[in-house]
Design a protein around this ligand. Structure first.
Ligand code: AP5
Ligand code: ZN
Length: 213
């Protein structure tokens, strides 16, 4: 199956995508991760992207659609779109790309979390630079301080855009440009909403249950 995880910054899209990968063997396509990989490449595109991301603004549709097109052409049996699409233009492009490759979109899972909780989640987040595991200072610390539970790496990082200033811009971008997608997919009969405020395992169970319905 192919699903979109839709929600504001810090809603838990990345966290749930990793669980779905484990449980269902789907491929996670996170445009945020792809863009962060591009920026470390030192290419011209990477440098342009870095500046925009750090401010908390959206990267151009052209760039992210290109990244997704490339990944879809590699094939796979089921994708989780995490952080994509984020604009109506991106939604349309995804529709066309799926059609071209003979795939269908099964569900769009909207993760609802209120703004105050988002701020706490984002400012406490850190991730493993080696395996990508996502942690939180309070709700999900590593068992041993400074060491990733999953792979043992000590390369634990915080994102440059995880500060209050950039987060404000990211939230505005979400409400202005991405939240209209909720209505768009509702009208297409694809929308399923879950309470993203619950604990990680509870959210995962709710996602499994809406995917069955
Ligand atoms: P991106 O990387 O997609 O960031 P985002 O949408 O802001 O989402 P986050 O990764 O911040 O949050 P998340 O929902 O994945 O939450 P997580 O699971 O980590 O995008 C970054 C930037 O790239 C954008 O600003 C833009 O510039 C650019 N970009 C990316 N895609 C683009 C596109 N399509 N078009 C244009 N530009 C694009 O969880 C957050 C924290 O909460 C963690 O610490 C976690 O441990 C904790 N947590 C998770 N779930 C729970 C829970 N249930 N209870 C308690 N804590 C929890
Ligand atoms: Zn790790």
């Amino acid at each position: 199956i192919n699903i979109i995880l839709l929600g504001p910054p810090g809603a838990g899209k990345g966290t749930q995508a990793r669980i779905l990968v484990e449980e269902r063997g789907l491929v996670q396509l996170s445009t945020g991760d792809m863009l962060r990989a591009a920026r470390t490449s030192g290419t011209e595109m990477g440098n342009r992207v870095a500046e925009v991301m750090d401010r908390g603004q959206l990267v151009t549709d052209e760039i992210v659609i290109g990244l997704i097109r490339e990944k879809l052409s590699e094939g796979g049996n089921g994708f989780i779109f995490d952080g994509f699409p984020r604009t109506l233009a991106q939604s349309d492009a995804l529709g066309h790309l799926l059609e071209e490759t003979g795939m269908t979109l099964d569900a769009v899972v909207e993760m609802r979390v209120e703004d105050e909780a988002l701020v706490r989640r984002i400012t406490g987040r850190f991730t493993c630079g080696n395996c990508g595991e996502v942690y939180h200072d309070e709700t999900r610390p590593t068992k041993e301080p400074g060491v990733c539970d999953v792979c043992g790496s000590t390369d634990l990082r915080r994102r440059a855009d995880d500060n209050e200033e950039s987060l404000k811009t990211r939230l505005l971008e979400y409400y202005k440009k991405t939240s209209p997608l909720i209505g768009y997919y509702y009208a297409k009969n694809k929308l399923k909403s879950v309470d993203g405020l619950a604990e990680v395992d509870t959210v995962a169970a709710e996602i499994n249950s809406v995917l069955k319905s």
